[in-house]
Ligand binder design. Sequence first.
Ligand SMILES: *[C@@H]1O[C@H](CO)[C@@H](O)[C@H](O)[C@H]1NC(C)=O
Ligand SMILES: *[C@@H]1O[C@H](CO)[C@@H](O)[C@H](O)[C@H]1NC(C)=O
Ligand SMILES: *[C@@H]1O[C@H](CO)[C@@H](O)[C@H](O)[C@H]1NC(C)=O
Length: 478
Amino acid sequence: MSSLGLVVLIPTTILFLILFHSFRRYAKKKDHNIPPGDMGWPLVGETFSFMKPHLSTTVGGFMEQHTTRFGKIFLSNLFGAPTVISAEPELNRFLFKNDTRLFEPGWPRSFADIVGRSSISFLVGDAHKHMRSIILDFLSAERIRTFFLQDMDYLASILLGSWTEGSVISSLDEATKFSFYIMVKNILSIGPEDPQIEWLRGEFNTFTKGLISFPLKIPGMAYWRGLQSRRNLLELLNQEITKRTKEGDNTNERTKKDDFLGWVIKNTDYSLEKIGDLMLHTLFAAHDTTSRAISLMIYFLDSSPEIIAHLREEHVGVLNSRRQNEESNLTFEDYKSMEFTQCVINETLRLGNIVSHIQRKVSADVHYKGYLILKGYNIAAHLSAVHLDPSLFEDPHHFNPWRWLCSSGVKKTNDFMPFGGGARHCPGSEIARLEMAVFLHHLILKHDWVVAEPDHPICVPYVDFAKGLPIKVRAFIL
Ligand SMILES: *[C@@H]1O[C@H](CO)[C@@H](O)[C@H](O)[C@H]1NC(C)=O
Ligand SMILES: *[C@@H]1O[C@H](CO)[C@@H](O)[C@H](O)[C@H]1NC(C)=O
Ligand SMILES: *[C@@H]1O[C@H](CO)[C@@H](O)[C@H](O)[C@H]1NC(C)=O
């Protein structure tokens, strides 16, 4: 192109962008039913300011500015689609209650490529219902109380028992190992002593990094490497599935394994591809978030000797009652008796905000409080904006587990939705809480710790610690 061409083209493009920008604003103002907002620039809209990293214990500059200007429900333009953002607990509950009827999954395409198209996050209607029931049936209360709890207790005891006095360890790495071992054991019957486990953990790590990275299919980039790991993991899964389903091979011990893969093979007629997607997605959803929750808990407790003292009292009590009953392992009754621990877990989930928002696509026009939310729009239920709202939680930026207790027992609030709600409520919420409690039990009874280098939870938009939250541990002697 000649330089003259450029001289003409650039100003024309800029003029066009400005006109387009003001036209979008004008078009919206005329239609008073649509939530107020700012569509930002063409195509990119306000995506970059929405995605800007910020402390996960704050709502971030974007939410602060927009809710001040437009209120708790406003319209923006994210990832090329008009998106209604809700910081209002009522609208969030409305979304969860009417999920699958008025809304459908709203994840970007690039996410489907790496998670898998037939993973539960993308299924709708009966296919979604069916897969969800398969998962929920597997996660029976009975199984959680026995197998899961036993594995957690055992793995926490060997993992935390291996921390040597005075050493500096990465909380995030250790918590990830813990939750990964639990899930691989219960999903694929691969134990921490299996020679495959470290390879598997490495591949899975790369896969997870790809999942939560910017989707550029350029060799060497996180997303590209994630796709590669996805292929490697699927290959291993396919071999395993083939081995287990081999006709007439009743002698194969693995066909009888009581794990999630065996459960799905036995109870569904899913294709190889669908089983693979289901396994990968379950592994990811089940372990990555929980390890971040455990790290957040360690982060919040670091600055609160009073809370640690309280927790210690509770967990020493559990230990003593176990000794009295001559039980060597943690029981579900023990877990249920950890009252203050439950408050610490809720407070960690409220202030830490592992999932800052949940996004859907609107599949039918929605009328809500005089607003019209158009079919085809996206909608984001902003969970952390609710959890950090001073009109709902007093002094919201303060880590205060006691807020969950009131004179008449446990305080009830339905504004607290760390696991979403409705038809797509996180099926692993009970397991995640149990894991946090068991890890905390062993941590509190075995170690004292201090954060070795300042590190903070950043919403990017999943929660991350830049340094992995390194802590220096000291043995705690009862
Ligand atoms: C959506 O859920 C609300 C309850 O939050 C209910 O009152 C309403 O009727 C539902 N709307 C539709 C269209 O199902
Ligand atoms: C305690 O846990 C260990 C390790 O999981 C297990 O081998 C043992 O059988 C359990 N003991 C009881 C009494 O359940
Ligand atoms: C923690 O939050 C859950 C809701 O996710 C609630 O059911 C439970 O009662 C809360 N626990 C405490 C101790 O407040």
